[in-house]
Design a protein around this ligand. Structure first.
Ligand SMILES: [Mg+2]
Length: 282
């Protein structure tokens, strides 16, 4: 049997904890009961908190407002780091002309693509003027037609050699106790497989968010990698990402990974967390 640790006693040994959002702080029902107390306890102990989320559809301000609404008060915008921010930085610095095509909602496009370049939804792209499109971004799993627009994306990317960015690499996300839905990264994966191409992925397990959070934190407090604990419910994103970045990792069983399958999942993936806890509540 997998040994289960008490999260609060594990976390108190670190100067900072990086927390995944979905499955750790909240789930399909809202804020996970008791999360506010854990955040308060960590703050009282002087443990810095950063939320690292593979969410490309909302800004830091919108994230904080969302947590407020769910009942978790007092988060600061700089405490939330999203894969969307990383994709946005990349686009701002690397794509300097043309129009950016995207698949997703208008809200996510407004946030990520506000760098000054014109952006155009897959639905609106004129297939006879593909030379105008300088990059394509997989932003969100909503805001387009799953039949027409996924086929159009495949045809667009077959005929161009532009950079393709996946702003959220998550393949699935939970929508109820038993069910999942296809996320942006899942659609991107389908297109990658069909075209035999590899796109540029932002978000865990890639380490850009870890590097960003770590570098920013170092400006505020003396901290090294052994002082940081990455906490998440997903072996493939949170734990693999934390392991690759070189910080200690803690798998929680309040989301994607269940208690009865955890041991087998760790064995079969070879992704080994330093700690396993039931949740961050106790
Ligand atoms: Mg999660």
């Amino acid at each position: 049997m997998q040994e289960l640790h008490s999260f609060l006693s594990v976390a108190s040994g670190f100067k900072a904890v990086f927390l995944d959002s979905y499955g750790v702080l909240k789930n399909y029902q809202g804020l996970i009961t008791g999360v506010e107390n854990t955040v308060t306890t960590l703050r009282e102990q002087g443990v810095a908190i950063r939320i690292l989320t593979n969410d490309a559809s909302r800004s830091q301000e919108q994230q904080v407002a969302g947590f407020n609404k769910l009942g978790l008060q007092g988060l600061q915008t700089h405490e939330v780091i999203t894969s969307g921010m990383m994709a946005k930085h990349f686009l701002q610095h690397k794509i300097t002309g043309g129009k950016i095509g995207y698949m997703g909602t208008e809200n996510s496009a407004r946030y990520i693509l506000q760098a000054g370049l014109e952006h155009v939804s897959i639905r609106e792209i004129d297939m006879d003027k593909l030379h105008e499109i300088s990059a394509f971004v997989f932003l969100d799993d909503e805001g387009f037609d799953w039949n027409t627009d996924i086929n159009k994306t495949i045809n667009l990317l077959r005929s161009t050699k532009i950079p393709v960015i996946v702003a959220n690499s998550d393949k699935l996300y939970p929508v109820s106790k038993n069910d999942v839905a296809v996320a942006t990264g899942g659609i991107a994966k389908l297109v990658e497989n069909l075209l035999g191409r590899k796109f540029m992925h932002f978000g865990k397990p890639d380490t850009q968010m870890f590097t960003y959070a770590y570098n920013r934190l170092k400006r505020l407090m003396p901290v090294t990698k052994p002082d940081i604990l990455m906490v998440g419910d997903n072996l493939h994103t949170d734990i693999l990402g934390g392991n690759k970045f070189g910080v200690k990792t803690c798998l929680v069983l309040s989301g994607n990974t269940s208690e009865h399958s955890v041991e087998q999942q760790i064995m079969s993936t070879g992704i080994i967390p330093d700690y396993v806890c039931r949740s961050i509540i106790t």
